[in-house]
Write a protein that binds this ligand. Structure first.
Ligand code: ZN
Length: 123
């Protein structure tokens, strides 16, 4: 587990003045084996080492959660997932249509995205 490397990777994704979340290894993802990592407030929990794109994805969620002051993010996320499930009748398909995931998947490949991202960009 190369944690110092992780810190370096996370730090290059965003501005230097911002505080960094902690990356922690867990044995099992709460949503099952198709999921790699989950971001809960200032913690990124992961079952395996994350590459730069995965980290960028999770860092986008960190930003989303910070700007919604954490709890409202999870309420919004959960309600939207449920509504989309009733629309698509498929949890995975619904997941990929959650606005927070759409922003994260759309921009995870752009490693400078977080440096110029506008607040509430998922709206
Ligand atoms: Zn995500």
């Amino acid at each position: 587990m190369a944690l110092p490397g992780y810190w370096h990777n996370v730090c290059t994704l965003t501005t230097k003045t911002e505080s960094m979340p902690k990356v922690l290894y867990i044995k099992k993802h709460p949503f099952g084996k198709n999921f790699l990592a989950i971001t809960l407030t200032e913690f990124i929990l992961t079952v395996a080492p994350l590459n730069n794109y995965d980290l960028n994805h999770e860092m986008i969620h960190v930003k989303q959660q910070r700007e919604l002051l954490y709890l409202p993010f999870f309420i919004w996320y959960g309600i939207e997932w449920l509504i989309l499930y009733f629309k698509y009748r498929d949890w995975t398909k619904a997941y990929f249509h959650i606005r927070f995931e759409k922003e994260a998947y759309q921009h995870q490949g752009d490693l400078s995205y977080l440096k110029r991202r506008r607040h509430y960009n998922y709206l």
